[in-house]
Design a protein around this ligand. Sequence first.
Ligand SMILES: [Zn+2]
Length: 359
Amino acid sequence: MVIRFKPYTRVTLNKETREVLINRPLIDGNVGQIFDLTDIGIEVIEMIGNSSYEDIMSKVSRNNPNSKDEIKEIISFLFNENYIEVLGEVITDPALALYSRIIPLWAELESGGTDRNEIQRRLMTKKIAVIGCGTIGASIIAKLTSMGVQNYVLIDSDVVEETNLTRQPLFSLQDIGNKKTSVLKQFISDRILNAYVKTYDLYVENISDLTIINDVDLIISSGDGPNLDKIVNNYAEQHQKSVCFAAAYNGHNGKVLPLYLPGKSHTIECINNYLQDDNRFTGTHKNMNDFIISTVPYIGEMIGSIATAEIIKFLTGQIEPFLINKVLFVNISKYEVSIVEIPENWKGCSCSYKMVKSI
Ligand SMILES: [Zn+2]
């Protein structure tokens, strides 16, 4: 039973400096981790990929007396960090062939008996509600569809307008006048096997409108309307649903809101109150009547991508989303990214999170 490095893990050994660079593409940064090596460590690393545990143990300990504990420690560390696996122990399920380039990435997230195939199957069985199928909603749908998510409830009352095309690459000239939900349903069905998409021509105004999504695993709140986020958050609190409050943009600026996870997060109202508290400049809006919020496609795609990364972490169930109680701001003029964290014990908190934390 040969031990090998996990499929997409990059390993560079430098025997002169006695270091090894190991990079897991999903969870490490661009560079990865550099480890100092002893002679024993170098021999172990060199044998991984073409030897069994027993072979490594007997050969390296023969060359280095009294090294068995160290060899064992190195191999355990590599296993625990998800750097190595036993060759042939997990074979990509042929039924998942469409995702054979993604599934090896999940090797980094395997734990507790959940293998890479299971992680992919989890994504494929999740049901997602998208309330608001505009720039951000459609951007997230495109990416989730690419990764195998096949079950959707799409809610929007809008038709495609010509002004949408500058920000919404999934819509075409021939879609103008058609329902956004119908166009996206067609996109998903053209893109994925076994798609199941239900559409509702509905402008959400009341919490009772949301009974149609009582069986979804995640709600994406990406519509406009002054009260939508509040209605969705109230519904989510009552029904213990998780929500991605998609994001907001204006020109070259984007804002990605945290996922709402019941019991783990402040509500969206709390978060918005905190952000307003943070904004020291106050005054009267002088141009509200002719002030239009809009953006360019690359900002919509950028924040749609960041929101999707958080959603995928959540849906796999194997990795904690990063933006819990954290709001990410991005500016593409100067390539600036900043994060504002809402403290657990924020004094202005008016949601049940404070109560949960203080029990
Ligand atoms: Zn709160």
